[in-house]
Design a binder for this molecule. Structure first.
Ligand SMILES: NC(=O)c1ccc[n+]([C@@H]2O[C@H](COP(=O)([O-])OP(=O)(O)OC[C@H]3O[C@@H](n4cnc5c(N)ncnc54)[C@H](O)[C@@H]3O)[C@@H](O)[C@H]2O)c1
Length: 354
């Protein structure tokens, strides 16, 4: 049996723990080390996962015998830790968003190429069984030419950690676009194979977050609110992305808004259309036998997306074919997000540099 892939996780917080659980479920991967500056979180992870190599200092952690460094700390530290790990000869799994902006993302990707190491970006939504079936439909030509995608992810009240790092531009790089929009942009672009955005016209708003004490909510991921903290990012954005002359993507991404909470990516193709929404039901809107027809596809919807992502990491590190997001795709996503912010600020369409 091949040696297990040894992963060291830096950031034993919410998502670091999710990754450790996923590695536990995959026979050929083991979590071999943890690093966190928070000693309580570190001890809890050590006890939960039975890991004895635990460090509060990242440089010491890097010296441990691991094949992969999983970077699961806040966005502001992504570049620093990913670059250091690549320079130390480790493969890197990097949580989304890849970095604070495209310049940082490009630096990381350059470093991975120089090191000849795997750089996998945590675009975990790709690993839902529904996404994989849609991808298969696209590849088999069932959708024909996909000319438009709609990326809609609207939370009615879903600001994470109000006043904390998520809502502080210097720590996060942005609001819902960089936090959750990045998943939906990736899903739209991955499912339709559109990786060359050329221009964007967008607008961002901040209508709920800045009035911190008036923010009414039912629950708060990464809470409770820190009213003495900062909210200087957007809480809603909308716009249109062009992919040359033949395809477009419209988007609406919100942490908070006074509306229902739809959440889907829709692909409009000239032969078929389909909606990805992480649910179980999957319908291709098409024509059959001279009639307008809805084809309901049956499939096994039980795969855990983080376990799917972990298996892709294993394949990636063993040089095998896999569906994971590459460093280059991560850079493209960050370029798109940079351009959305620039367009919102300039109040006009901006082009996206290559
Ligand atoms: N893929 C997803 O669906 C998903 C979901 C949530 C978060 N994320 C991403 O994961 C990352 C972490 O988010 P989270 O919600 O787990 O945050 P978190 O705050 O729960 O965890 C971050 C951990 O990093 C630790 N940390 C901070 N500075 C450190 C340092 N210098 N050295 C070592 N450890 C340090 C903190 O103590 C904390 O335990 C973010 O980039 C976020 O965007 C991805």
């Amino acid at each position: 049996m091949a040696k297990k892939l040894r992963v060291g996780i830096v950031g034993a917080g919410a998502i670091g723990t999710v990754h450790a659980n996923a590695y536990k479920a995959v026979d050929e991967i083991e979590t071999a080390a943890f690093c966190d500056v928070n000693e309580t979180a570190l001890q809890k992870a050590a006890d939960t996962f039975g890991v004895s190599n635990c460090f509060t200092d990242f440089d010491q952690f890097l010296k441990s015998d691991v094949d992969v460094v999983n970077v699961s700390v806040g966005n502001v530290l992504h570049k620093k830790f990913a670059v250091a790990a690549l320079r130390a000869g480790k493969h890197v799994f990097l949580e989304k968003p890849m970095a604070m902006n495209s310049a940082e993302a490009q630096e990381i990707n350059n470093e991975a190429k120089k090191a000849g190491k795997v750089l996998q970006i945590g675009m975990v939504r790709r690993f839902s069984p529904q996404a994989q079936v849609i991808r298969e439909c696209y590849k088999k030509g069932m959708l024909g030419e996909v000319y438009h995608t709609r990326a809609v992810l609207m939370r009615r009240r879903g600001i994470p950690g109000l006043g904390g790092w998520f809502t502080t531009m210097s720590q996060s790089g942005g609001g819902p676009m960089i936090d959750i929009g990045v998943h939906w942009f990736d899903a739209a672009m991955y499912l339709s194979d559109q990786w060359e955005p050329t221009a964007v016209s967008a607008k961002t708003y901040a209508k709920f977050g800045p009035r911190m004490k008036d923010y009414v909510y039912t629950d708060m991921w990464a809470g409770p609110p820190k009213y003495d903290g900062v909210f200087d990012v957007e809480d809603y954005s909308t716009g249109l992305v062009r992919f040359g002359e033949k395809a477009t993507m419209s988007f609406e991404i919100a942490w908070a808004c006074n509306a229902e909470s739809p959440s889907f990516v829709e692909l409009l193709g000239d032969k078929g259309g389909v909606r990805y929404d992480s649910g179980a039901s999957l319908v291709v809107y098409t024509e059959h036998g001279g009639r307008v027809a809805d084809i309901q596809l049956q499939y096994d919807n039980r795969e855990n997306i983080f376990e799917g992502q972990a298996r892709a990491l294993l394949a990636n590190c063993r040089g095998k074919k896999n569906e994971a997001a590459t460093g280059q795709q991560g850079v493209t996503l960050m370029r798109l997000i940079d351009a959305i912010y620039a367009s919102g600020k300039a109040n006009q369409e901006v082009s996206i540099r290559k």
